[in-house]
Design a protein around this ligand. Sequence first.
Ligand code: GDP
Ligand code: MG
Length: 389
Amino acid sequence: MLFKWYKQEVGELFVSVLVVGRDGLVVDIFTRNTEKIDEKKFVGAFSSLVEVVLKKLTLDFDLGTFGAGTFDTDKYRFIFCESGSDHVLVTILEPRALVDEVFPYTYIAADKVARIMDGELPVSPVIPKLKRETEIEKIKRKLDYYQKTTHSPDYVYKLSLIGDGAVGKTSMVHRYVHGVFKADYKATIGTFISKKECNFDELDTSVKFIIWDLAGQEQFQRLWPDYLTDTRTGILVFDVTNKESFKNVKKWHEIITKVADPNVILILVGNKVDLSDSREVSTEEGIELAKELEIYYMETSVKSNENIDDVFEWIALQIINQNVEKVRDSTVEKYINDSSKFTINQAQLKILENYFTKQLDYVISKADTKKIVKFLDIIKAVEKNKVIT
Ligand code: GDP
Ligand code: MG
């Protein structure tokens, strides 16, 4: 009964509340309906985690008491609140939940639980309504979460460069990672791996790459599938002054799509455009092939440093883009449908707008445009319902 009230006050982001002993053993549990089906499993999943966190919290405080503390995992936020000297009330919330808002209720609930445990009956199960945090705070927290999930700058993405030998793959990585161009040609033996972070100051985020530069020579052919496994993105490079390398793009495309991540982001790159006199492949041909493969096309010159950063930046933006898609349903659209009044502050709106407009700059094909327009629609809906603060 007490927990029912508690759940109601915490709201939709409530997952579960547990009363645990100091040793981490679960004494009582109350879950929202969805988890109720398999309570045992649920307790099992949490109890070990609760035990570990509890130990850590207790250790952190000399006296063995900690009052209250929070702990976040990917899926849940935990609030630990001491409930008398023997128990701890553990509240489990959705990650979007605003801890500050729940805290006051947690304290009251913990206090009541302690009194019930002490046999101090009857204890009123009703938790008084506290003044809620403003709507803005709530949205802020959700938006923070949304942005964090979207751009997850800690994640490292595997990026592979493939294409015939001598088209400029190694030089491209060199230029991007170290900012230099080396004219002497030494064929890559096996694989070359480097790391680089692609920063987006306007978005206040970055994408980290681990770059795999593969040897294009035939003798390394058997290694390709292994090296390309699970690659998140790929740059298919050909040399615009070498028709043969262009013809082989299809073969490379086939190899990579077979073993790469199903959502692999690919880009076709025609390199060495500085050698315009010896061009064997025209821009139109490049675009045509990219269309056929349903991927993006860019032309570069490592030598004159044309579009190199842009290639990697484009890929990074696509990654962010895909991640936005992933969280979109659970966050942005939900707000729009859920609330007739949407609260967002100028800074947050600016970030979203910046991001989507930046996307537009990179659009060339119709398919791309469609995707971006979809996002712009979301922005519009946000605009329509927003309450600028
Ligand atoms: P990879 O085998 O694909 O890794 O090719 P490399 O990066 O080793 O480059 C092969 C040769 O092409 C080297 O001599 C580079 O200096 C040269 N090269 C690479 N990119 C360019 C470019 O954009 N323009 C010109 N003119 N030469 C380039
Ligand atoms: Mg190389």
